[in-house]
Design a protein around this ligand. Structure first.
Ligand code: NOJ
Length: 558
């Protein structure tokens, strides 16, 4: 396995809108992040992934970009951003930016031009199709594709009597990657950012950039070839790699919903020259019923093990590299979803930290995860800000669904759970803003905040710090083979990490019960490296008693 800085790094994701507001307008900004650089350094992370900071009308909080080479007004100026980059680099922290090139904003100059006429030079920068008509002559969308944020994926434009494709909101028209001129513009924009000194990109929904040319309807019970993993995906990524990525010492990680193991291998295989890593999203979709995201179902630990295990094997086979994360800005809080945000919040947040930071693959921590921030409980739909929730609510209520059930699902899985302002201290608005925050602060901020966590040696924060240091100082934690054990257990997740003589045993209780387990006899359990309990359960001849959410990393020999 070739050593690389991005394999050995630990990523911290910043959602700038909610991190720290320096000017009192209620919205986080670049100068707010600058204020907190020493905090990041102290935590020990060495790569920052910054969600989009580009010019945007903010229909989808910056994922609708109207100028790829300018700053969002609310976030400050380009000079502020440059100071941020310098501040990070001075502290030995790299910066990766968000690349959102499946779609732009409808307010991007390209789209403003594109929609003017069928022969406008920018027409083919987007995907325009003629309407279809039903037997009564009623106009219909070109295909029956749904948009991710409710309604159809097509919007009719009176001006030129055609529909444009938008897989997300109608203010996020899809770019036409079939057009070589568009691709060149994107590559030159990427190079412009690389020349400014950034260290890589996280690529938004990158496996959607190639669409199947047939534009067929989705049919139940059929393997649909529509807008995901289209036939030219790998060709486009190779071209991008050749034109810009390979010319710089940078890292790439592509967000990929709905990729198979084989497709994943083709995206990150060592000899493929496409991407360094992908975010496979299967484990964050655990608990989703057949009707999709808001159809909440229980999930099992063995399902999580299976997903982590099969991706590990697939990446081994192709000599590729993975990413490990339990949440991001689109997911509920990890301690609320995978742990216990009530009586075992601290223990389970530390257990999850042990998990993310001892797996093979680059770990990603999302802001606030390092202090065990939790989901928020919202009971008034008007307190949500996320367009995904607001659009879905309108549609679902019109169909007669129950308000209470919907709110329950949003409170459990909604994106605003992770987007509530970062909790810095117990002052007004958790020290996030002197103004009115754009999204409600979680009322538990008096209890859960950075200041309090830093003062308490037993806090989730200090545990993260220790785990991060452990990972950074032991190559076996990074490159060691991942060998799962107790694979059928529904409460305990356990595995070995093996790197020559450097060997670890990781034992994690994912339940609120005290449990006992018998570890295979051929494992010699050595000294404890780290645990989330000071008075942890007992070990007797490979039988272990674990307390609720107990986590332990031991030296081992096999
Ligand atoms: C995935 C991003 O993470 C999400 O926040 C965004 O809404 C969609 N892609 C559309 O860009």
């Amino acid at each position: 396995m070739k050593r690389q800085w991005w394999k050995e790094g630990i990523v911290y994701q910043i959602y700038p809108r909610s991190f720290r507001d320096s000017n009192g307008d209620g919205i986080g900004d670049c100068r707010g992040i600058i204020e907190k650089l020493d905090y990041l350094k102290e935590l020990g992370v060495n790569i920052i992934w910054l969600n989009p900071v580009y010019k945007s009308p903010n229909d989808d909080n910056g994922y609708d970009i109207s100028d790829y080479q300018d700053m969002m007004d609310e976030f400050g100026t380009m000079a502020d951003w440059e100071e941020l980059l310098e501040g990070l680099h001075n502290r030995g922290i790299k910066l990766i930016m968000d690349l959102v090139v499946n779609h732009s904003s409808d307010e991007h100059q390209w789209f403003v031009e594109s929609r003017k006429s069928k022969d406008n030079p920018y027409r083919d920068y987007y995907i325009w199709k003629d309407p279809k008509y039903d037997e009564n002559g009623n106009r219909m969308e070109p295909t029956n594709w749904p948009a991710a944020f409710s309604g159809p994926a097509w919007e009719y434009d009176e001006e030129t009597e055609q529909y444009y494709l938008h897989l997300f909101s109608k203010k996020q028209p899809d770019l036409n990657w079939e057009n070589p001129k568009l691709r060149e513009e994107i590559y030159s924009m990427m190079n412009w950012w690389f020349e400014k000194g950034i260290d890589g990109f996280r690529m938004d929904v990158i496996n959607l950039i190639s669409k199947y040319p047939e534009y067929e309807d989705i049919e139940d019970g059929k393997e649909n070839k529509t807008f995901m993993n289209g036939p030219r995906l790998h060709e486009f990524l190779k071209e991008m790699n050749q034109n810009c990525i390979s010319k710089h010492d940078v890292m790439t990680v592509g967000e990929c919903f709905g990729v198979s193991l084989e497709q994943g291998q083709d995206l990150v295989g060592a000899d493929r020259k496409e991407l360094d890593m992908i975010f496979q999203m299967e484990h964050v979709c655990l608990g989703e019923g057949p009707k999709g995201k808001w159809d909440v179902m229980p999930w099992k630990l063995t399902q999580l093990k299976e997903i982590i295990g099969k991706w590990d094997r697939a990446l081994e086979e192709c000599d590729g590299w993975g990413s490990q994360f339990l949440m991001n800005h689109d997911q509920p809080r990890s301690v609320s979803k995978f742990g216990n945000d009530k009586e075992y919040r601290v223990e389970s947040a530390k257990m999850l930290a042990t998990f993310t930071l001892t797996l093979k693959g680059t770990p990603y921590i999302y802001q606030g995860e390092e202090i065990g921030m939790t989901n928020i409980e919202i009971d008034d739909i008007n307190d949500y800000r996320d367009l995904e929730i607001l659009n879905h609510y309108k549609e679902a209520i019109a169909k007669g669904e129950s308000h209470d059930k919907l709110m329950e699902a949003y409170n459990y899985k909604g994106r605003d759970n992770s987007r509530t302002p970062m909790q810095w201290d117990d002052s007004k608005n958790a020290g996030f803003t002197a103004g009115t925050p754009w999204l409600k602060v979680n009322p538990n901020y008096k209890e859960i905040n950075v200041k309090k966590a830093m003062e308490n040696k037993d806090s989730v924060f200090h545990y993260y710090k220790d785990m991060i240091a452990l990972r950074k100082n032991n190559l076996g934690m990074v490159y060691g083979e991942y060998r799962p054990i107790l694979e059928e257990d529904e409460k305990i997740y356990s595995y070995l990490r093996i790197y020559g003589d450097e060997q670890y045993l990781v034992v994690l209780n994912f339940s609120k019960d005290s449990v006992e387990c018998s570890l295979p006899k051929d494992i010699e359990i050595g000294d404890l490296v780290i645990s989330n309990y000071s008075n942890r359960g007992e070990i007797l001849e490979n039988k272990m008693k674990l307390k609720p959410y107990e986590a332990g990393v031991y030296k081992a020999k096999i």
